[in-house]
Design a protein around this ligand. Sequence first.
Ligand SMILES: [Zn+2]
Ligand SMILES: [Zn+2]
Length: 168
Amino acid sequence: MTNSDSDNTAVEQSVEQSVEGGGCACGAVRYALTGTPITVHACHCTDCQRMSGSAFAMNAWIEKSRVELLSGALASRTLPAGKGTSTTHFCPQCGTSILTEYSSPKFWFVRATTLDNQQAFTPDIHIWTRSKQPWLHLPDGVPVFEAYYDREQVWPPDSLARYHAALV
Ligand SMILES: [Zn+2]
Ligand SMILES: [Zn+2]
């Protein structure tokens, strides 16, 4: 390997390094995202409203390989969700929910407002808006679905490519 080759490798690795750090409210759990989300959902379902105690949950959908737990240990709980289950991993000290696994073991849904930069991402897609809080007005130009949607129809090609690559 020549010097220039190894230089290129170093550049690529630094690009792939943490793009966003995050953690729980007490600071015991720290994690990093080593890539951008495939997509970001604002989920207005009644479960997300109840579990967050807020109007909706902001979930960043990302490959598990792109999430690194840096410190702390997560506890988990599994609850019914639609036809399946959801398993949410949270800080056992302060209770902050960080990661949820839904139907596929390949992906995490990261609670996007646990990032240090809580405004790092905006929702790409609003789902389950039939139970949305009535006072909440959604922005124009963002896909809105009363229930769920078909990702093949909605996601851009690069998001679909990442999704299918992660399933292999
Ligand atoms: Zn904590
Ligand atoms: Zn939800």
